[in-house]
Write a protein that binds this ligand. Sequence first.
Ligand SMILES: Nc1ncnc2c1ncn2[C@@H]1O[C@H](COP(=O)(O)OP(=O)(O)O)[C@@H](O)[C@H]1O
Ligand SMILES: [Mg+2]
Length: 247
Amino acid sequence: MNTIEFRQVFKSFGPVNAINGLNLQIEEGSVHALLGHNGAGKTTSLRLMLGLLEADEGSVSVFGLHPVADGGAVRTMCGVLSENTGLYEPLTLYDNLIYYADIYGMQREDSNRRIDELLERLGLSDKKFIAIKGFSTGMKKKAALARAMLHSPRILLLDEPTSGLDPVSTADLRELLQNLSKERNTTIIMTTHNLEEVQKVCDSISILRHGQNIFSDSISKLEESRHYTEHGVFSLEKLYMDVEARP
Ligand SMILES: Nc1ncnc2c1ncn2[C@@H]1O[C@H](COP(=O)(O)OP(=O)(O)O)[C@@H](O)[C@H]1O
Ligand SMILES: [Mg+2]
């Protein structure tokens, strides 16, 4: 089975050891959450997967590819939602998406079909010909998500996808991600602080602290384990608090 794997990875920025002996394994087709406090190394891990950064030590493998040596192939395989939406504010949503579709080398007919399908699923159809600068934070996030999914990537890397989204948009996004992982076997890796959302949408989690993986497991195993319960039901929040409180 294909996996995304970190083996004993180290990455420093000057004196800061952002990634500090990270071991991590994520199965193809799963929805995986990277959790951890601010500065734990989540965004840096995503950038290592994309080959935007190179590990100082250890190895990162994305379905058997090396993110730096095979950078083009890895980045084509990935759709990314990061803090920077990558959208050009003066242009309409459609013009932004067509611009990226062209970069991906998609045929116009396919691009147009795909754009309409995504806008429909994200509830953005009526915003197609509106300039991004008139969008709310939540709409920009959805637009950025449409951009990330345009070329039907095998892997989606979502850095805090639900921050700034209202509860309805968060629920829409959840449904979209669940369908993607089921219908297309898309591997989805997301960082978030929204634990309730993680418990609903994710198959597995890792908790990072100081650039190390201090806890990894599947949600279904955790739910079966009868540990970390609140009123008899598994609570990811309880788990997170307990694990983070360990020395
Ligand atoms: N480009 C950079 N230059 C210097 N320090 C960085 C850089 N990127 C991240 N860091 C540092 O690395 C650590 C991990 O950051 P990051 O991966 O962004 O954490 P998270 O996404 O979990 O909040 C932090 O201490 C952060 O300040
Ligand atoms: Mg981050």
